[in-house]
Design a protein around this ligand. Structure first.
Ligand SMILES: *[C@@H]1O[C@H](CO)[C@@H](O)[C@H](O)[C@H]1NC(C)=O
Ligand SMILES: *[C@@H]1O[C@H](CO)[C@@H](O)[C@H](O)[C@H]1NC(C)=O
Ligand SMILES: *[C@@H]1O[C@H](CO)[C@@H](O)[C@H](O)[C@H]1NC(C)=O
Ligand SMILES: *[C@@H]1O[C@H](CO)[C@@H](O)[C@H](O)[C@H]1NC(C)=O
Ligand SMILES: *[C@@H]1O[C@H](CO)[C@@H](O)[C@H](O)[C@H]1NC(C)=O
Ligand SMILES: *[C@@H]1O[C@H](CO)[C@@H](O)[C@H](O)[C@H]1NC(C)=O
Ligand SMILES: *[C@@H]1O[C@H](CO)[C@@H](O)[C@H](O)[C@H]1NC(C)=O
Ligand SMILES: *[C@@H]1O[C@H](CO)[C@@H](O)[C@H](O)[C@H]1NC(C)=O
Ligand SMILES: *[C@@H]1O[C@H](CO)[C@@H](O)[C@H](O)[C@H]1NC(C)=O
Ligand SMILES: *[C@@H]1O[C@H](CO)[C@@H](O)[C@H](O)[C@H]1NC(C)=O
Ligand SMILES: *[C@@H]1O[C@H](CO)[C@@H](O)[C@H](O)[C@H]1NC(C)=O
Length: 340
């Protein structure tokens, strides 16, 4: 009986799926979309697109992976192929696409808004290209997105608040663009987000408290922007953080005394080139995986805690502060280090 029921579920699932397939279009649409994508690639010095011809079924074309049986493109992966061109709006017709990997090429133009029709899209990797324009607000229609990586492009404008509705999102990497504005509070809704990088842009303002709600966060980089004011205390409470980089902003305030206890997994702590005041928290010795500690060019003062317990520490920058008391023993943290 259980077995029969199980079969019934499978058959129903297959029928539903077939219905969806026939409703959503056919394989000729897929082929035409791919040909339009090819038509907008203007330079292909490695000749990777030459297999996109009529003698081969499109599911066998270079970089194309189809979902089993149905002749529907599920993955388009043309990364690192020295391609120049634009991304055709016909991409929006590949309605079964789950992964789009065009990273590390020379795609220019803008991200076509037709991409918002890709409801199954999980990964959007366009890093290291020359993509221009703004991040579309209707990218939020791609509600299956797990990873957005647009690092190293020429994007302008602000992060659309609608991104906060991408509830599956785990990675949002926008570093090295020309983005501006502030971090939308709605990002605090992205409860799965574990990596958020917006370094080397023109963001400004106070760092949004909402980031402190993202308990899964393990990699947070806001480096090299124009953030000012105090860091919301909740950020120093994101227990899973392994990388926290806030360097090269205009941040101020004291570092919390228990920082090394609330962030025990830290490997990379970069707070240099800000206006932080007060002491280096002695609890830092409890962040025992610390590899890089960068606190240079702040207004820190007082005693430098003994760092000899930090066995993995390989990079330490504390220059240009007001550390020490001008007395013998100020450098004891170093001598203990060297005596290891
Ligand atoms: C489209 O599907 C039909 C059968 O469903 C098949 O005969 C045909 O070869 C397919 N065409 C392409 C381009 O995949
Ligand atoms: C993109 O391809 C279409 C034909 O599909 C063509 O009309 C258009 O000019 C192309 N644009 C660029 C920038 O290559
Ligand atoms: C089509 O692509 C295949 C695989 O790269 C190649 O062997 C074949 O020569 C190509 N056919 C034409 C007509 O270019
Ligand atoms: C990027 O592509 C170049 C070839 O154009 C390759 O040498 C390099 O390893 C690629 N980088 C990454 C990160 O894939
Ligand atoms: C595919 O996408 C293009 C551009 O978005 C559109 O003009 C076209 O009608 C779509 N459908 C088919 C079947 O090609
Ligand atoms: C970025 O892409 C260019 C080619 O377009 C390549 O030369 C360079 O190595 C790539 N950078 C990285 C970090 O992969
Ligand atoms: C996406 O947004 C752009 C610009 O706001 C708009 O022109 C376009 O019609 C929208 N596309 C979809 C599919 O909603
Ligand atoms: C970045 O944007 C600013 C204005 O927000 C502009 O002045 C600057 O030229 C842009 N830089 C690049 C490299 O596009
Ligand atoms: C997302 O965040 C915003 C701003 O914090 C809030 O107003 C909104 O209700 C949230 N939406 C959802 C779906 O949680
Ligand atoms: C940090 O976390 C602790 C324990 O979960 C909590 O009691 C405290 O209120 C939090 N502090 C901030 C500033 O979020
Ligand atoms: C380091 O951690 C231990 C064990 O949790 C705790 O007893 C100690 O007070 C911590 N040291 C500092 C300086 O916070």
């Amino acid at each position: 009986m259980a077995c029969l029921y199980f079969h019934w579920i499978i058959i129903t699932t297959i029928m539903l799926y077939t219905f969806q397939v026939s409703k959503a279009g056919n394989n000729e649409t897929e082929r035409l979309a791919l040909l339009a994508i090819k038509a907008n690639i203007t330079d292909d010095p490695l000749g990777v697109m030459s297999s996109w011809n009529d003698t081969l079924h499109f599911c066998k074309w270079y970089g194309v992976t189809c979902a089993r049986k149905y002749d529907r493109v599920s993955i388009l992966d043309l990364h690192s192929s020295k391609l120049t061109g634009i991304l055709s709006p016909h991409i929006g017709n590949l309605s079964f696409l789950t992964d789009l990997h065009l990273e590390n090429n020379s795609f220019g133009g803008t991200i076509p808004h037709e991409i918002s029709r890709l409801h199954r899209l999980r990964t959007l990797w366009l890093f290291n290209n020359s993509v221009q324009g703004e991040i579309l607000s209707n990218i939020s229609s791609c509600y299956s997105l797990i990873e957005i990586n647009l690092v190293h492009n020429n994007l302008l404008g602000e992060i659309p608040p609608s991104i906060g509705s991408l509830s599956q999102l785990q990675l949002l990497s926008l570093s090295h663009n020309n983005l501006t504005g502030n971090i939308p509070a709605s990002l605090g809704n992205l409860s799965s987000l574990s990596k958020f990088t917006i370094s080397s842009n023109n963001f400004f303002g106070m760092i949004s408290y909402s980031l402190g709600k993202l308990k899964r966060m393990n990699y947070l980089s806001l480096e090299d922007n124009n953030f000012y004011g105090e860091v919301p205390p909740s950020i120093f409470n994101l227990t899973l953080l392994t990388t926290l980089s806030l360097a090269q902003n205009h941040l101020e305030g004291n570092l919390p005394a228990d920082l090394g206890n609330t962030l025990p997994h830290l490997q990379w702590l970069a707070l240099g080139m800000n206006q932080f005041t007060g002491h280096i928290p002695s609890s830092i010795v409890n962040a025992s995986n610390l590899n890089l500690l960068q606190l240079n060019e702040n207004k820190l003062q007082g005693h430098v805690p003994s760092l000899h317990k930090l066995m993995s520490l390989s990079s330490l920058a504390i220059f240009d502060n007001s550390l020490g008391y001008g007395q013998p023993g100020d450098l004891s943290f170093v001598s203990k280090f060297l005596s290891q």
